[in-house]
Write a protein that binds this ligand. Structure first.
Ligand code: B12
Ligand code: SF4
Length: 475
């Protein structure tokens, strides 16, 4: 744009760690808006001037945020309708922005929007255009069309208004060659605002990256409506340039590799470890990743360690094989103790992530999780109340599997948003506390915590100290 004005402001909605994660705010985080960074890079690459405004950590009211966005006087505002628990805030922000300046064109997209496009358009009549799927290529086309006064009808995977009517075009959007995407414009955000969950390898400048998109597994609680089941890899050359920029220009010294499945093929895994090994040897860069337990053996564990990987998360989900089958997790619970041992023996910190309260969970399966926790060695344990994300398989006919509670803003995993037919609310809450208590009162875990964080660090892990202990340990 030539008059000095910004064409589009891309926005992440405001978010309050305490409100969303309560006493467990230490497991939550202000996550870097990598979704918007990808979009910004494509827009600027096409000559569309873009500002990125991450309101998540600003601690401002929605009204103040809306005024701030409107004051930038851009023609378009792109708002993430991405994480379900933040949807009410995104939609409220959109309504206020439109009431302050009805001329601004509002474009939305994200994981939640892609799962429920029509519903969201009906819930918020101020949205002008919604993008279904990956937005990098199509958002450029949308803006060019709108600026030229052309119809959006010929573009794929969109939903927009024609008078009072909603028009939805065919298909969705998936970037065919992710290696052709321009690099994220990291200078558009202030990296220092983003914290990392305590159970992950933590250094003073950690940044999340993804090295691939998609996952071929079909866990029934997981939402892959945007990235899909077919896996697309960034090539090593692309990654090496991106990592190099982050290390040299932005002083990143730890990567949180957020791939859905880093160990999907052996050769690819070797390449990734090779890439990180170079960075580890040259700059002492470490990294964290989540990995499926079934892909771990002594060889993979050694490769991880040698390449600087210092913490790993297993999505164990449950100690009950029956519940793992409900989640279609395709893991054998009996292999878990050995897999945990292998990772820890290699010198890597291990966190286990669990879910409680999915359809069919009962007191017996909760006890099986407790028994598993007694049998396996983990450094950290991380427990989520089951959340029926709209794009997941379990969301379909969820009303027949139990009771939904409290709407979207409850869908944080730290609040109860669903109670299965097989449990009462009291049983679910008691089970949640019992699981935490079992794990964090294990003498080995207490000792490890003191060793790692010192006595002063304990309140950091059990963030609210006394309050935390009274809620989970004594209760
Ligand atoms: C990387 C990642 C993160 C990173 C980065 C988050 C981010 N801002 O993107 C971190 C670690 C910070 C993170 C945190 C969380 N995550 Co996360 N994360 C992922 C993961 C594994 C990969 C995402 C990915 O591949 N992105 C690649 C880009 C290309 O895709 P994208 O992010 O979807 O963005 C594209 C489109 O959605 C669209 N788009 C997105 N935003 C916008 C905005 C506009 C205006 C437009 C037009 C388009 C658009 O265009 C983008 C570019 O193509 C996904 C899994 C998945 N299958 O998607 C989960 C996922 C997105 N996360 C999820 C969750 C629940 C969380 C947490 C809430 C977990 C928690 N309780 O702590 C936190 C949220 C904390 C916070 N507020 O930041 C869920 C969301 C489900 C839902 N409906 O809410 C997912 C789907 C995983 C799941 N469980 O199924 N996460
Ligand atoms: S939970 Fe992990 S393995 Fe399962 S479908 Fe989702 S990303 Fe894939």
């Amino acid at each position: 744009m030539d008059n000095g004005k910004i064409d589009i402001v891309l926005v992440s909605p405001p978010f309050d760690l305490r409100e969303n994660f309560g006493l467990l705010d230490f497991v939550g985080q202000y996550g870097s808006p990598i979704n918007l960074l990808y979009l910004a890079a494509s827009l600027e690459g096409a000559g569309i001037s873009t500002k990125l405004s991450d309101l998540s950590y600003k601690n401002k009211s929605i009204e103040e945020c809306a005024q701030y966005i409107v004051s930038m006087e851009s023609e378009f505002v792109g708002i993430a309708v991405h994480f379900t628990f933040l949807v009410p805030k995104s939609l409220k922000l959109i309504s206020i922005i439109k009431s302050l300046n009805p001329k601004i064109k509002i474009i939305v997209g994200g994981v939640h929007f892609t799962s429920l496009p029509e519903k969201t358009m009906n819930e918020c009549r101020e949205i002008d255009v919604g993008i279904i799927g990956e937005g990098e290529e199509v958002i450029v086309k949308v803006i060019k069309c709108l600026k030229a006064g052309d119809s959006l009808e010929n573009l794929q995977g969109l939903i927009f208004r024609r008078g009072k009517e909603l028009v939805k075009t065919e298909g969705g959007n998936l970037v065919s060659d992710i290696n052709k995407l321009p690099f994220s414009l990291f200078e558009k955000i202030d990296l220092s605002h983003y914290s990392f969950a305590v159970y992950k390898e933590k250094r003073n400048n950690t940044f999340p990256i993804i090295t691939s998109r998609g996952c071929p597994f079909s866990c029934t609680f997981c939402d892959r409506t945007v990235v899909g089941r077919e896996i697309r890899f960034h090539n090593i050359d692309y990654l090496s340039k991106m990592i190099d920029t982050l290390v040299k220009e932005f002083k990143v010294n730890c990567f949180d590799v957020e791939d859905e499945n880093i160990c999907i093929t052996k050769n690819r895994f070797k390449d990734i470890c090779g890439l990180f090994k170079n960075m580890f040897q040259s700059y002492n860069i470490t990294w964290h990743c989540s990995i499926r337990a079934d892909s771990v053996n002594r060889e993979t564990a050694k490769m991880l360690y040698d390449s600087g990987c210092r913490s790993v998360t297993f999505g164990i989900e449950s100690g009950s094989q029956r519940m793992l089958n409900v989640y279609n997790k395709k893991l054998n619970i009996n292999e878990m103790p050995e897999k945990c041992k292998i990772i820890r023996k290699a010198g890597i910190t291990l966190a286990g992530s669990f879910i409680i309260g999915g359809p069919g969970e009962n007191t017996e399966s909760i006890l099986e999780t407790i028994n598993l926790l007694k049998r396996i060695e983990l450094d950290y344990m991380y427990l989520w109340y089951f959340v029926p994300f709209p794009g997941s398989v379990l969301y379909q006919d969820i009303e027949n599997k139990g009771k939904l509670l409290g709407g979207y803003s409850n869908m944080t995993g730290q609040h109860i948003s669903f109670i299965p037919l097989t449990l009462s609310r009291e049983q679910l809450e008691r089970g949640y506390k019992l699981i935490y208590r079992t794990f964090y009162s294990k003498p080995s875990v207490i000792l490890k915590t003191i060793k790692k964080h010192g006595l002063k660090g304990i309140p950091k892990v059990f963030r609210s100290g006394i309050k935390y202990f009274s809620r989970f340990i004594l209760n």
